[in-house]
Design a protein around this ligand. Sequence first.
Ligand code: PAF
Length: 284
Amino acid sequence: MEIAETTTSVREKVKAARSQGKKIGLVPTMGALHIGHIALIERAVQDCDFVVVSIFVNPTQFCPGEDLENYPRPLETDLEICEKTGVDLVFTPTTEQMYGTANLTWVTVDKLTEPLCGRFRPGHFRGVTTVCAKLFNIVLPDVAYFGQKDGQQAIVIKKMVADLNMPLQIVVCTTIREPDGLAVSSRNQYLTAQQKKDAALIYQSLRKCEELVGGGVTDTESIIAEMRQILSRAPAMEIEYVNILDAETLEQIDSIDRKVLAAVAVKLGQARLIDNILVDVGPQ
Ligand code: PAF
């Protein structure tokens, strides 16, 4: 496994792999790798001949007051994980490498970034799309891998790639969960044992949505009320949003008659946790 710290070096190494006819896969990460990232890397290793993992805690996607300074950066462990999972190249750029001294160009996706996390994290998606556009331009992968756990992010990136005619495929992999259903996240390490127990209610609320839709309930308002009821069992949990939106356009809908994204965000102690599921009513 090789490590590259500069864009020039990544470009050279990827170019060499491509000249041998290799299919290039990219897994963009902010490090603190866990089993969710490992699942993405394993999928990339399975699909591609040359796998690049980027590790970069992207400052532009953190809002003021968020956990940028405290975000975990266990680089040695991350590199060991990459080595073990069969990664060919790890890209660990500095902020200087990624943004220079005066970055004036930003990528923004309208509309899809307005609801859900966009409402609570102004500027977050602009940071995500800009850094992903940069990474795609630096690495020039054939395929890039993202997790369904960040469902809105995946939808936004897919739209950016389509709208800007970027020549790569986006693969979205299923959410990896703890045995109690809690979606695996780097931010789970901020949770105490009690908070972890409380956090399991997030997935229970999403399962409730699935169960109600499966049972023929279509009214989003009453489903959201039931989901909130479940979350309210943990008084320490501060609900940011519980929503059910069109899975493609992220538009508000009153009645479920198509594939929807049911999404939850909460604050629990030091952590902000998000999760979602896709629910389809199936053929009518
Ligand atoms: O999902 C993440 O970890 C980040 O948002 C990403 C895609 C690596 C961009 O910094």
